[in-house]
Design a protein around this ligand. Structure first.
Ligand code: PLP
Length: 411
């Protein structure tokens, strides 16, 4: 008899996006004239940069020619892409990385979800609350989280790090010892970032506790302010305690094309029951070479093209487009009297719901009065209740229209 991995039964239903769809469809059926604008989407809307398309086409042609055809590539990615990542993303910030510390993958979602399997099931993990749900659910599947408490909206064994209005949406160090710490900055959903000094506290904590930080920097390209660090490795000592996840998804419109990378420095150790250290980089290499056969050549060729002079200009233009949307949303909401976080170094704007409305109550109000759809904060964790997420990934026209409506109808 086939038996289920019972950990899957512990997963709290992820009803967020289906519930949003249900409410929108119901409203549309009753109000067919309402032209609803969606500012809830986490997907991009601008197309791939011309240099990327050109490089991909060229690579596809190579694949169709016997002299230039390529079969399986290296599981960790082609050197040509890894070299460019090191030279353009890290070296200019004073971060030295070895070629074998960069792992090309098909997404930060799969990497952030898969990385936990290198850790024993009895490790204590910490996540911020609110949080990108993938970190939690992948650990539930692995059996590391205990049972879900419906009342609290929390798993018994996870250490939650509340991000509150008073704390500026920034997490505090855990009060009890933890072994794995998921951090995401610039943050989804709150849009906030940490300074170098604030990040240093986490690196110091990890050093002291022999913990590992799993640092998701998927939104690094949206950082605008000079002083905000782009990589955790800009912090001294991070090479010994932090893995960094990056993605081309939002940076270069690769959500449907799939390419990302993960940095695993060789200095990070993970310990066995006898207290002996093992190189985390070697373990990830072993895991990837066993379970992953690399990203397709045309996709990697397309990703490499963003590091040409022309490519850099083209992707920057798209990022600027989204960040202008972010500015419009952020300033518009402020003018309308809302309290907002994020939107300065991230494509997400996190707003406090007015009048102590619950996230879902505000969702309904915004949809019914302004015909604007966003994402209820409660969907990202217990501390997301009373907040609401808007994204800057829509079109300019829709973003402007949505904010005008909010200003006019939501006072
Ligand atoms: N990490 C965070 C914080 C995200 O918000 C997302 C996507 O929304 C991802 C990772 C997934 O990125 P990818 O498309 O590379 O899988």
């Amino acid at each position: 008899m086939a038996r289920i991995n019972e950990n899957y039964l512990k997963l709290a239903g992820s009803y967020l996006f289906s519930e949003i769809a249900r409410r929108v469809n119901e409203f549309k059926a009753q109000n067919p004239e309402a032209d609803i604008i969606r500012l809830g989407i986490g997907d991009v809307t601008r197309p791939l940069a011309p240099v990327v398309v050109e490089a991909m086409k060229k690579a596809v042609d190579e694949m169709g020619n016997v002299g230039t055809f390529r079969g399986y590539g290296p599981e960790q990615g082609y050197d040509s892409l890894i070299e460019r990542i090191i030279a353009h993303e890290y070296a200019p910030r004073g971060v030295q990385l070895g070629m074998d510390e960069v792992f090309i993958s098909d997404g930060a979602k799969s990497d952030t979800a898969n990385f936990q399997e290198l850790f024993g099931v009895d490790n204590i993990m910490a996540v911020t609350d609110p949080v990108y749900p993938v970190y939690v659910d992948s650990n539930v599947m692995a059996g590391r989280t205990g049972m879900y408490d419906k009342e609290k909206g929390m798993y018994g064994k996870i250490v939650y790090l509340p991000c509150t209005e008073e704390g500026g949406m920034k997490p505090k160090l855990p009060a009890t010892p933890v072994d794995m710490i998921y951090l995401c900055f610039p943050n989804n959903p709150t849009g906030v970032t940490l300074t170098k000094e604030e990040l240093k506290e986490w690196v110091d904590y990890a050093q002291k506790n022999k913990a590992v930080i799993l640092f998701d920097a998927a939104y690094e390209a949206f950082i605008r302010e000079e002083e905000v660090p782009h990589s955790i490795y800009e912090v001294e000592g991070a090479r010994e305690v932090a893995v960094e996840f990056r993605s081309f998804s939002k940076t270069a419109g690769f959500t449907g094309t799939r390419c990302a990378y993960t940095i695993v420095p060789k200095d990070i150790m993970i310990y066995d029951s006898k207290g002996e250290g093992h190189c985390l980089n070697k373990l990830w290499l072993r895991r990837q070479t066993t379970k992953f056969n690399g990203v397709s050549y045309p996709v990697q060729a397309g990703a490499a093209a963003i590091y040409t002079e022309e490519g850099k200009k083209q992707i920057q233009a798209t990022i600027d487009y989204y960040m202008e949307n972010a500015r419009i949303i952020r300033e518009g909401l402020k003018e309308a009297g809302f309290k907002v976080f994020g939107g300065v170094n991230a494509p997400y704007i996190w707003m406090k719901t007015p009048g102590n409305l619950g996230s879902w109550e505000f969702f309904d109000k915004l949809m019914k009065e302004a015909y604007v759809v966003g994402t209820p904060g409660a969907g990202f964790g217990a501390n997301g209740e009373g907040f609401f997420r808007l994204t800057a990934f829509g079109t300019r026209e829709n973003t402007e229209k949505a904010i005008e409506r909010i200003k006019a109808r939501m006072k």
